[in-house]
Design a binder for this molecule. Structure first.
Ligand SMILES: CC(C)(COP(=O)(O)OP(=O)(O)OC[C@H]1O[C@@H](n2cnc3c(N)ncnc32)[C@H](O)[C@@H]1OP(=O)(O)O)[C@@H](O)C(=O)NCCC(=O)NCCS
Length: 383
């Protein structure tokens, strides 16, 4: 028998050891106090084997906000720390924990739950679908010259961690408000700015570049290579200025970065081949908990009136002036899709026509054109 209950402080040391084992993390006790402060145990469950008390599983969430197209921010539980002990796998422990968490989120009134996944085949069965993607790119810095370099000195400044702390937090807040697919990250700031050695995964301390309307952070992770963790710009001017600073990091041959698929970097360069995509990865996964609330929260690129079938339920979506109303209906849907497929359309990650070509939309996919956005969503962090 497996008992699922809210985690307590007494569970914490075992939860931490369990997580370190599940994810093969190289750190142990040195990381525990800082990581503990990112976590609200009331949002976590433990699964215990009632026969001998063994900790069979852990799962929980961070209390996050998610920006949706149009700029509204939804409260969104960010599911995290999901793991089941090797002794108790494939007997339904994850299924039980997810059912418990989702029922709590519904009771709490959340419209969506979100997560980042260790594997691509675990979460669709629980209703999640990829909702943002990122390209991992390697930039050949020595050939990557801007088409329109700004006259120097540029406005970006290299600053140390202490000087970066306040401005980076303020800029991140502005960037989160302006960027669909992004999440709030306040829980992680203490850890982010402490930048302890164990969290560097072999790289250097974090370096900061600051502009009045954006920032960049990177580590040196191999000789001759800078790994860009953030380049978050609020304006086109800040984008150009920050990239000029990054591409001017003269000692490095390569810069690696994670960019949304429609990022303008390639178009900013004289030689577009300086940017090589090495992988395309799903980042944020999203599950609808309240379809009408979620669909009414975003804006749309065209007006319309359609009846959508999502996982067997019908919803009328009426868009006027870009703003939507949505409610359950008894009318017959003109277009049907799964919640996991709708997750791909919701933030603008996948074009409805692409989903239709993939055979994942039943009915008139052109009715879904209002879901199109002029910009791909960007998670821009991890949790
Ligand atoms: C992934 C993990 C949590 C699954 O836990 P579990 O208790 O064995 O899963 P369950 O028994 O509840 O399985 C539920 C369903 O998911 C499927 N499933 C579970 N893990 C899967 C995986 N890694 N890949 C594909 N399917 C998986 C099961 O086959 C089962 O399918 P069914 O509904 O068709 O029967 C566990 O293997 C684990 O701890 N892995 C290492 C840590 C990790 O990757 N965590 C996820 C972090 S995002």
């Amino acid at each position: 028998m497996i008992e699922i209950r809210t985690a307590t402080e007494a569970d914490w040391p075992e939860m931490f050891a369990h997580d370190v084992r599940a994810f093969g993390s190289p750190f142990e006790d040195e990381a525990r106090p800082l990581i503990r402060r990112t976590i609200d145990l009331d949002r976590f469950v433990v699964a215990r084997d009632t026969a001998d008390g063994t900790l069979a599983g852990v799962a929980g969430s961070f209390d996050l906000t998610l920006t949706v197209p149009g700029g509204r921010r939804l409260r969104a539980p960010g599911v995290t720390w999901v793991s089941v002990a090797p002794s108790h796998r494939r007997i339904g422990v994850l299924r039980m924990m997810m059912a418990e968490l989702h029922s709590r989120y519904v009771a709490d009134g959340a419209a969506v739950a979100i997560l980042t996944a260790s594997e691509g085949t675990i979460y669709e069965r629980f209703g999640y679908g990829p909702a943002t993607y990122a390209d991992e790119v390697t930039i050949a810095r020595r050939t990557a010259r801007l088409r329109s370099p700004l006259p120097g000195p540029i406005r970006t400044r290299a600053v140390d961690g202490a000087a970066a702390r306040e401005p980076v937090q303020a800029l991140y807040r502005r960037w989160h408000a302006a960027t669909p697919g992004s999440v709030s990250a306040e829980q992680f700031w203490e850890l982010f700015h402490a930048d302890p050695e164990w969290a560097r995964w072999g790289g250097s301390a974090r370096r900061y570049l600051l502009h009045p309307d954006g920032f960049a952070t990177y580590r040196v992770d191999e000789k001759d290579r800078a790994a860009l963790d953030d380049l978050k710009a609020l304006t086109a001017e800040a984008e150009a200025d920050l990239w000029q600073a990054v591409l001017g990091l003269d000692v490095f041959d390569e810069v690696t970065a994670d960019l949304p698929g429609d990022h303008p970097l390639r178009e900013m360069l004289v030689d577009p081949r300086s940017v090589r995509v090495t992988a395309r990865r799903d980042r944020l996964w999203l599950r609808f908990l309240d379809v009408p609330a979620a669909l009414a929260a975003r804006t749309y690129s065209a007006d319309g009136d359609l009846v959508l079938g999502v996982d067997g339920e019908a919803y009328r979506l009426t868009v006027s002036g870009g703003a939507a109303e949505c409610a359950r209906t008894g009318a017959a849907p003109s277009v049907r899709l799964s919640g996991a497929t709708l997750a791909g359309l919701y933030l603008g990650a996948v074009d409805p026509a692409t989903m239709a070509r993939a055979g994942r939309i039943d009915g008139d996919a052109s009715a879904l054109a209002p879901f199109r956005t002029d910009r791909r969503p960007e998670l821009g962090t991890t949790f």
